[in-house]
Ligand binder design. Structure first.
Ligand code: HEC
Length: 157
């Protein structure tokens, strides 16, 4: 009987520790839930929205992500984890919906757009439009309307 009690208590403690660590420890990879992919960007290919996104990015994001999105902004060096290189394939491969989820929710030290900017959806999509121009493979802004339409058109992976 005594032995059973000890085993039971040990199980309880182990379960507790496992549950706690799940809450405390962040997974190494920060991933948006699959369901986020379904959200569609209403500004896809909209140049005016992309330009607004650029202005927002320069105000709110460059200090960490850098002017080209490379993750080398002035505040970047002291951060852990370091800001993501938004021009890299890893980010560009995400769907607009996944990026929307990430920007809205944030992940410390990455601020949550939802909290800081009162869930301004339009601005969030504008930022995503701009992030698409940072990718190596995406057409540059000077690519004109055609280029911009292609932009953000990266297929789901
Ligand atoms: C205080 C610094 C900081 C600021 C300001 C900031 N970010 Fe971040 N951002 C980060 C860090 C750090 C990460 C990596 C978080 C992680 O992986 O856990 C990140 C990750 C991201 C990601 C995810 C990339 C991926 O592939 O997973 C996106 C998208 C992003 N930031 C966009 C933005 C946008 C847009 C803004 C401006 C509105 C912004 N960030 C402002 C620090 C910052």
């Amino acid at each position: 009987m005594k032995k059973l009690k000890i085993i039971f208590t040990a199980c309880l403690i182990i379960t507790g520790v496992v549950m706690m660590s799940a809450f405390i420890q962040k997974p190494d990879m920060w991933e948006a839930p699959k369901s986020a992919d379904a959200r569609k960007n209403p500004f896809k290919g909209n140049i005016a929205a992309t330009l607004k996104g650029k202005a927002l990015f320069e105000k709110q994001c460059v200090m960490c992500h850098g002017s080209k999105g490379k993750g080398n902004g002035s505040a970047a060096a002291d951060l852990k984890p370091t800001p993501t290189d938004l021009s890299a394939n890893m980010t560009q491969a995400h769907t607009d919906g996944a990026l929307y989820w990430k920007i809205m929710n944030g992940n410390s030290p990455m601020p949550s757009w939802k909290e800081v900017h009162k869930a301004n959806h339009n601005q969030c999509w504008q930022l995503i439009n701009y992030i698409r121009t940072l990718g190596k493979q995406s057409p540059k802004m000077k690519g004109g309307k055609k280029g911009m339409q292609k932009m953000g058109g990266m297929k789901k992976m």
